[in-house]
Design a protein around this ligand. Structure first.
Ligand code: 13P
Ligand code: SF4
Length: 330
């Protein structure tokens, strides 16, 4: 088995697993034994989604992390999500199958640079998208997710000046929807910026009945073509409730698993990227595997920790988000 130092370098426990083990059964047993809960994002690989106790978007996952009575939260998602769970439930142990499951969007906003940016706008309220580090959340007034960003901005007085970070695409979408003039940080997600407007247009021509569903982390040129724009949960609900039979999906491809499961007779086509790679798979989300999840539950690490002074500051804007979301009925 690896030493802690080795885990820090690799990001996960590397241990041989008996090939005769049924990992689904083993994980279920360990969960019971350790009073653990598995929370998974829709971008996780299908096996992880199938073993999870709860699958959801960032808002749903935060709500679950705040109310669970488990002793251990195994977060099948990326680092900032596990940090949010730790901030909301500091007495619980939060495990991440691979500590190196990061996020290009969170990385696009280093806290020391954001601090300087914020200082240029002293009379502005700071709203940060949940896809950012705990340190950034600690510098914020309200956190938001893609499902409540518009509602949160609309809940504020019209003359309130606002900085929005780190996602410039979500920020531009919120500004357009609310008619507010937001000061945007110039960050973006590598997965949602890869879609090709030309290829999607051609695909729509070949599938005239298909609806284009897009995540607001996509660029405006893609969002302009969309029939529906929303979070992963929103996209899933729209596909289930809409009578169309074909859908082009402009977000990370992991969501297709639940879409297909809920709608076995409908066709889901991943939106094409502007080259021939499998770029609509998030390389960070896909670092987690069923094997790593099993090993982290068995060994009790890798664990995600957040310094107490950061927890104390970051919990306020997250709780504010949860309060506003509850008022908005989200
Ligand atoms: P949601 O699931 O909240 O829509 O977020 C998408 C995302 O990019 C998470 O990393
Ligand atoms: Fe980050 Fe984009 Fe991956 Fe989501 S899909 S975790 S925003 S890099």
């Amino acid at each position: 088995m690896d030493t802690f130092e080795e885990i820090n370098v690799k990001g996960f426990v590397e241990e041989e697993i008996d090939p005769s083990l049924d990992l689904f059964d083993e994980i279920k047993k360990l969960k019971k034994e350790k009073n653990a809960v598995i929370l998974a994002h829709y971008y996780q690989e299908p096996d992880i989604q199938d073993i999870a106790d709860y699958i959801g978007d960032s808002l749903g996952l935060s709500q679950q992390a705040a109310k669970t009575d488990a002793d251990i939260i195994v977060f099948a998602g990326v680092h900032f999500m596990a940090e949010t769970a730790k901030i909301l439930s500091p007495s619980k142990k939060v495990l991440l199958p691979d500590l190196k499951a990061g996020c290009s969007l969170a990385d696009s906003c280093p806290p020391h640079l954001f601090k300087k940016f914020k200082e240029k706008y002293p009379d502005h309220l700071v709203i940060t998208y949940v896809n950012c580090t705990a340190e950034l959340k600690a510098m914020s007034d309200i956190v938001c997710t893609s499902s409540n960003a518009v509602g949160i901005v609309e809940s504020l007085p019209k003359d309130q000046k606002i900085i929005f970070g780190p996602d410039k695409n979500l920020g531009a979408y919120v500004a357009k929807k609310t008619g507010r003039d937001l000061v945007l940080w110039n960050g973006a997600c590598m997965v949602h910026e890869i879609f090709s407007r030309e290829k999607i247009t051609r695909l729509k021509e070949r599938h005239p009945g298909a609806k284009l569903l897009a995540h607001p982390e996509c660029e405006d040129v893609i969002l302009q073509l969309a029939d529906y724009i929303g979070s992963t949960t929103g996209i899933l609900k729209y596909a289930t409730n809409n009578p169309a039979n074909e859908f082009i999906v402009a977000t990370e491809a992991g969501i297709l698993h639940q879409m297909q499961k809920e709608n076995p007779d409908k066709t889901f086509i991943p939106a094409p990227p502007n080259n021939n790679c499998a770029c609509n798979d998030c390389p960070h989300m896909k670092r987690n595997t069923l094997e790593k999840l099993y090993l982290c539950l068995k060994n009790g690490y890798p664990e995600v920790t957040v310094p107490m002074d950061i927890i104390e500051k970051a919990v306020k804007p997250i709780e504010r988000m949860l309060e506003i979301s509850a008022k908005l009925g989200l």
